[in-house]
Design a protein around this ligand. Sequence first.
Ligand code: C5P
Length: 284
Amino acid sequence: MITVFAPAKVNLSLHVVGKRDDGYHLLDSLVAFAGVGDTLDMEPADTLTLDITGPTAALIPDEGENIVLKAARLLAEATGTSLGATILLTKRLPVAAGIGGGSADAAATLTGLMQLWRVELAPERLAALALSIGADVPVCLSGRPTRMRGIGEVLEPAPPLPPAWLVLVNPMVPLHTPAVFKARTGPFSAAEPLTESPADAKALAEALAARRNDLTPPAISIEPVVGEMLAAIAAGPGCLLARMSGSGATCFGLYAEEAEARAAAASLQTTHPGWWIAPAPLLG
Ligand code: C5P
């Protein structure tokens, strides 16, 4: 059996720098990963089947083909294999949440099935296949701090990030990516890339303070609770930065120490029992 971890993707900054003719937005984003996520267990089988379990399994919409099966089917077609797999997805991340849960699952499916089926794709073909599943799937395949541009297909390694902790907070309200991009107005923005590795969490927070997530105002216009979450996270002790990830609604706090992150998470969970709150290390 092969087990693959699908970590939450966190946009530490996200600038919308332009828009393509087909409506997709051009981004410049510093993407990292957190030590909380879904897991996928895969075993060889004659056909492709998927079972879903875990605390957030019930949130996955019924309509359409699950992104895991879509990734598996596209990989089988691209490699010409007739092998199948039994896949068990243990879902822990909220859905339609801006932390790439579905994209991370799709990327983990590709990684796991290439091992299970002993098939390979040239890096360019794998990247194109990933992009055809979703704009965030290529960066999730990388799994390391990355400067992401284009609509998600232009990837460059970012400098290593210092040890730091995050608290991810989601209001358990789905926020649909197309709606958030559609609600964005005003001029496009740009930010200097991170060229040096910040010495510590405080230096990382300072570097990020000069950047932002341009999708925050449109996300708040659709779901005002995003503003409430950002204020609640920022007000807690030890929080170096509070920001939204992706198109929301998940927001994160950045902390220097594990104990600070755990204390902040416990305190937020007490005041907001309905929110999904997960302390996790930043994967540097
Ligand atoms: O590719 P993905 O399924 O993640 O994107 C969902 C939707 O989000 C797209 O159909 C598009 O409306 C919007 N989007 C965008 N620009 C991006 C990524 C997504 O406008 N870079």
